[in-house]
Design a protein around this ligand. Sequence first.
Ligand code: 5AD
Ligand code: SF4
Length: 457
Amino acid sequence: MEQKSPFYSRPQSEGRIYFIETFGCQMNVRDSETAAGLLETLGFYRGTDKENADLILFNTCCVRDHAEKRVFGNIGALKELKDENPNLIIGVFGCMMQQQEVAEKLYKRFPFVDIVFGTNLLSRLPAFVESAESGSRTLAVDEQNIQIEDDLPSIRTGKINAFVNINYGCDNFCTYCIVPYVRGRERSREMAAIAEEAKTLVDEGYSEITLLGQNVNSYGKDLKDASFAKLLALISKVEGLERIRFMTSHPKDLTDEMIDAMASLSNVCHHVHLPMQSGSNEILKQMNRKYTRELYLKIVEKLHAAMPDVELTTDIIVGFPGETEEDFLQTLDLVERVGFASAFTFKYSPRKGTRAATMEEQVPDIVKRERLHRLNELQEQKSRENNEKYIGVTGIVHIEDCDTRHDPVCYGKFPNFKMVYFAGTPDLVGSYVPVQITNVRKNSLFGRIAETEETSI
Ligand code: 5AD
Ligand code: SF4
């Protein structure tokens, strides 16, 4: 089954070049695809580096870490390019710029930046660029009206997988999280519009999509007669769609109906990204997560019972305010019990404006660091154990790419998200190939193309 994405067929071009650097999550990647679509309608072409660009856009994130420091550092470094090429247009947008105070600070500190705007004003990018071309600077933040339009042009960057937004924003207000403040209230797209987009993507050559939302499981709560399970059922009927992925799932909204849909619809992939955040009931309460470790384990059990090949990945925060050694041991215990395929692990970092940032009993950084280290060691061991069960297993890999600098090595994923490496040739990219696992390393599975189409997962 040969599948080529449109990414390959776009002509190489001359003319004005744009370069977009994206920080943060898949939602930001998708927004950058929209920014690219808007720029291409203005006649810009995609470039591969900042040095040769006529327009540089930074799509920022403010969810964790010292994002602000890093972004300010990166922007500062662009001054040299602007000095060399005064016609260079520089723009900064994204979640971080959705915060008025931060956007103003950046706008003042870097007079060579032409455009600063919040994500919700993405549709106005062409007008901002036109102003910059005529010599005026723009600072545009609208914290109130968080609206993102659906039908904007976009240029997909995924070679074999296309991101599809299903709901925007978040209503959960986990106490550590800035997202509800910068992405606004939850809004679901209509089921029919999503199905239509999926059909168009198939026509364009994609056979795998990832449905995106901060919390896909609460999709449809603002619509009539819609739910995530119903959406999966509808999308799964799109002819030519071989694989449907989704992220992220909030445990409190993961219903039996949705597990049944996942298990019974043959093109819905058996992978759930299910952030647990903490294994301590007290910390989960302080985080406003609205589930307990017992409920989390129950969901995990149900998922395994319905889909023996399901893989789970997760997000975990260590050092949330008030987290004791005892609480942390509960987190390690839950990680031990669940056996995640992989985990994104973070030190808690206070976000201005969130409830947790003002909580007393902030945990010292040295303690956070030490806990993160212990957690990562345990997860590494669990990932290795998880990998070992794949020796001898054959599954279908959707080939993402082939690295010709090495053997050549092709890679792609099993339906359940496990990444597989094997010897193959670049012409295989985009196709579905049975691969049998022969050996495993810490983070990866290695195999060879199998003779048979018979698969065990
Ligand atoms: N500090 C650390 N990690 C955070 N995350 C969100 N906010 C914070 C924060 N303030 C993590 C959560 C979430 C993931 C996307 O980022 O684990 O699931
Ligand atoms: Fe943030 Fe919680 Fe919403 Fe996820 S569910 S985006 S962690 S508030």
